[in-house]
Design a protein around this ligand. Structure first.
Ligand code: SF4
Length: 80
């Protein structure tokens, strides 16, 4: 079974995971979506997928686009 079939967000409003802004009501949406992700059994798979496929919009694996961007540009531990 593909990991996405176990996603908690399948039963949530998809718009919750794609706020139009990080300010005002959009900020609250991000926090609500992240709260769903924290309970999701496939959070790590989802985040891995988002990073590998450069998903630049919405909440994936409990992260915002800015957080994923930072993770992708951060130096890896042990890298030379
Ligand atoms: S971690 Fe969040 S965005 Fe990813 S599948 Fe789970 S609920 Fe959906």
């Amino acid at each position: 079974m593909h990991w996405s079939r176990r996603s908690l967000c399948l039963t949530e409003d998809p718009e919750l995971f794609f706020p139009v802004s990080t300010e005002g009501p959009g900020r609250e949406q991000y926090e609500q979506a992240k709260a769903v992700c924290r309970r999701c059994p496939v959070q790590h798979r989802c985040l891995e997928y988002a990073l590998n496929t450069h998903q630049m919009y919405g909440v994936w694996g409990g992260t915002s686009p800015d957080e994923r961007r930072a993770a992708m540009t951060a130096p890896r531990r042990g890298a030379r």
